[in-house]
Design a protein around this ligand. Sequence first.
Ligand code: AMP
Length: 492
Amino acid sequence: MGNFYSEIANAMAQHSDLDCLRLADSSRWSYTDLEVRVGELAGCLVSHGVAPGDRVVVQVDKSAENLALYLATLAAGAVYVPLNTAYTAAELDYFVENAEPTLFVGSQERTDVASLTLDANGAGTLSDASRGCEAPAVVTREDSDLAAILYTSGTTGRSKGAMLSHANLSSNAHALCEAWGWKHEDVLLHALPIFHVHGLFIASHCALLNGSAMIWLPKFDAAEVHQHLEEASVMMGVPTFYTRLLADPAFPASSLDHIRVFICGSAPLTEQVFSEWEERTGHRILERYGMSETIINTTNPLDGARVPATVGFPLPGLDLRIADDDGVPVTTGDVGTIEVRGPNVFGGYWRMPDKTAEEIREDGFFITGDLGTVDEEGRVSIVGRSKDLVISGGYNVYPKEVESLIDDIEGVKESAVIGVPHADFGEGVVAVIVPDDSPVELDTVEAALAGQLARFKQPKVVVNVDELPRNPMGKVQKNLLREQYTDLFQDS
Ligand code: AMP
């Protein structure tokens, strides 16, 4: 194994003249183009003092150059640290201080660390400095050496840097190519950001290792994606991609029979969206489950039943258990915390040994913080995050269970169930609803849930909103909702 970039370089060399990136402006990068830019950028990094093990922190808009920079960092044996472009200057200060990079690449220079710039068009001081730089030899790395640090999108507290090794990246990439039947002829529609595990690793690695072409879009725009689907055979997206495409009544404008598979993850896909997608396109979306710390854990099968509201089976080589707070497996079918152990699981949190010790058990299982179940067949379902769990009157309420039923009520577009302080119950259940048009009243929700859900799980209050707050990966930010409605029961 060693340096994961060597595997990609081998694949690139075999597909030299073929398209690697098809850009929105209709220009193309062949695999040779990418390989040459990776070499020049690696040379530039080395000339700026980047040594093996050093961190390169990158906060830039997605571009072909940005992908080349990621690969160049691996080639130079350094550690790639991508940051969400939405982070503010104050947040950025924290990441730079925490990661202590040798080089920062951003849209603007910094004064506290050596820095170069790169803009959305791939221009900037980095590009200028790198043109014509001689490609250094790919630096030898051990399997366990760090390849990347991904700061978790963290909805509470300080972001933690998940340390991923070359072996983590390589083993997961190969497992996914196998699980999803990746073919060289595949054309991936890539509209995901590449500061996150989904776009950077999961999507790109499958294409790069197979010499497949990627339609490389700077961001998700429903109309643009709709148009490019004609040329694609695979799309990977977050649930918001699918809901936004469905929002156009004219979607799909033409048959999508040529698509091999639609893959979805990073946030829960509702049964409603799954079914509507199938009705409109004839495709059953393949949902999978992963995270920054582990890349991908489970996937619905490519061949075989794709069951909505489940995330499928653990990847080969991954041990997955549903455990209680002490790590003891619960009875099959019961809800517990999903714990995983395997070649994809990260080594720990960067410079946070205490957090690492809290979340990785002595037997190597990582406590994901996701609550889930496994059925008799071995299929995994996620019912929520442990920190999103609502405890009302001492009873556990799993938001997903309530949300699924509310989402089925006529006139409800989507919902988020949260718990906020309540004098009697500790936490009171609140349903935040996005209606189709007119507000959905508490009476309607009560009538629909009566007989289906225990009384303690039913919302005591319904709030109607225009939209739910989401982070860039489409995850509903329940922490923001909890903050906003924290006094809801105090006022009454
Ligand atoms: P991140 O590290 O930003 O990728 O976030 C990982 C988290 O996203 C997981 O711990 C889950 O809570 C959530 N997640 C990822 N995929 C799914 C999925 N298919 N269904 C439900 N939640 C998901």
